[in-house]
Design a binder for this molecule. Structure first.
Ligand code: APR
Ligand code: PHB
Length: 390
């Protein structure tokens, strides 16, 4: 097979890039190691920054997002028995975020690819990017007993944190920066009315908690748990009890509980790989960087990579201008690191760190007190949360 752009990974990054390129007349093939059902079975985060929503519209896959997604003009931070609102819209001069599940967004992208006749090959095993330093890189993969080859101009690694793309770059050509946090998030999805129409991020001495939602009938809640905890240790009842204890009394009293329809634990990690290009392989999304979920930056950091790559590839094919491709890594990383800083800061502000000293905890309390005493500090939080410009 032959294509212009070979994309590894059929998550939001790979699908969105493929869709955007298609609309500009640029061919691509997406190789995904799992089935579509498997990819759509994963429950992921649900807050989209306005720039991401705009890209979905440009890719002509935003109809359902615009119909079913909720525009959120603010959220709450709860602490010391009260909750204080962050007025995203007011603080940013009119910006907001869209609450729409990443799983639904991925479904829309698959449908968009299908409608345009885009090629997405599922159950592609043993995908390998090859000859990355040459002008004719190619991909090989196995499908059943057959080994296939795809010749490409460029290969884009959108295969997430555990993918093959980043690992195929020689160790001496890539530097990894990492922080692993000493806790995870236990998440529960339940078919219950959300306790609050807007998200509540809660700081509590027992640990962080988050009240989020997918719709007015579907709630998503999280609590900070020790890294060694397992899902089996947490019955639904124990989860609800612990969640309530970490919330202000009025919120806890209003909480509607029900059976969990999904329950999982995710570790928290900050990670960046530099550079994001090796020869004719470009990394994008979780393949190159991971943030802890606290600032809702995961998908949104991927969005700016896709935006830069999309424009760089269009400039290459339509204007014979390679400056976007040559500057990609530097440009993408500049924004990636800002997302890293913000996610690390939100995580540090709101979690209980097992090793923290009394001094650390006073500083954390002061950070929060300062935030709600300064419109400028709040505006800084808000501009990062709605998404810095691409
Ligand atoms: N070969 C082919 N496909 C692969 C391989 C491989 N070796 N390894 C992983 N994949 C596929 C995965 O099955 C997955 O569907 O690549 C896809 C990567 O998707 P994501 O992990 O969702 O990463 P990305 O598309 O960059 O999405 C950005 O934002 O909210 C965050 O972490 C969240 O996934 C989200 C991310
Ligand atoms: C979610 O709804 O899953 C969610 C929302 C906001 C976050 C993280 C996760 O910061």
């Amino acid at each position: 097979m032959k294509t212009q752009v070979g994309i590894i990974g059929g998550g939001p990054s790979g699908l969105l890039l493929s869709q955007l390129l298609h609309l500009q007349g640029i061919d691509s093939i997406v190789l995904e190691q799992h089935s579509r059902e498997y990819v759509l079975g994963r429950i992921r985060a649900g807050v989209l920054e306005h720039g991401f929503a705009a890209l979905m519209r440009e890719a002509r896959v935003a109809e359902r997002m615009d119909r079913e997604g909720e525009i959120h003009d603010g959220f709450f931070i709860a602490h010391d028995g009260i909750k204080e609102r962050v007025d995203l819209k007011g603080l940013t001069g009119g910006n907001s975020v869209v609450v729409y599940g990443q799983t639904e967004l991925t479904r829309d992208l698959y449908e968009g690819r299908e409608k345009l006749g885009g090629i997405v090959i599922h159950n592609a095993e043993d995908v390998k990017p090859r000859d990355l330093q040459s002008a004719r890189p190619y991909l090989t993969f196995r499908k059943g007993d057959d080994v296939e080859r795809i010749d490409c101009d460029y290969i884009i690694g959108c295969d997430g944190f555990h993918g093959v793309s980043r690992k195929s770059i020689p160790k001496d050509k890539i530097t990894e920066f990492e922080r692993i946090y000493p806790f995870g998030w236990l998440g529960v999805l339940s078919r219950t009315k959300p306790v609050s129409p807007e998200l509540i991020y809660a700081k509590h001495e027992r640990g962080f908690a988050l009240c989020s939602l997918r719709s007015q009938a579907l709630s998503r809640y999280y609590i900070q748990v020790p890294l060694q905890d397992t899902v089996e240790q947490w019955s639904d009842e124990q989860f609800w009890t612990e969640l309530r204890r970490r919330l202000p009394q009025d919120v806890a009293a209003a909480m509607v509980t029900g059976p969990s329809i999904e329950k999982s634990i995710a570790p928290l990690r900050s990670f960046v790989a530099e550079p994001m290009r090796h020869g004719n392989l470009f990394l994008a999304g979780d393949a190159a960087h991971i943030v802890p979920p606290t600032g809702a930056r995961g998908l949104n950091s991927a969005a700016s990579d896709i935006y830069y790559l999309y424009h760089a590839l269009v400039d290459h094919y339509k204007k014979r201008d390679d400056s976007g491709l040559d500057g990609y890594s530097q440009r993408a990383l500049a924004r990636v690191w800002k997302g890293q800083r913000f996610s690390w800061w939100m995580t540090t502000l709101l979690h209980r760190f097992p090793e923290s000293s009394a001094f650390d905890r006073r500083l954390q309390e002061t950070d929060l007190a300062y935030l709600f005493s300064s419109q400028k500090a709040l505006a800084s939080l808000a501009e990062n949360y709605v998404g810095l410009p691409f």
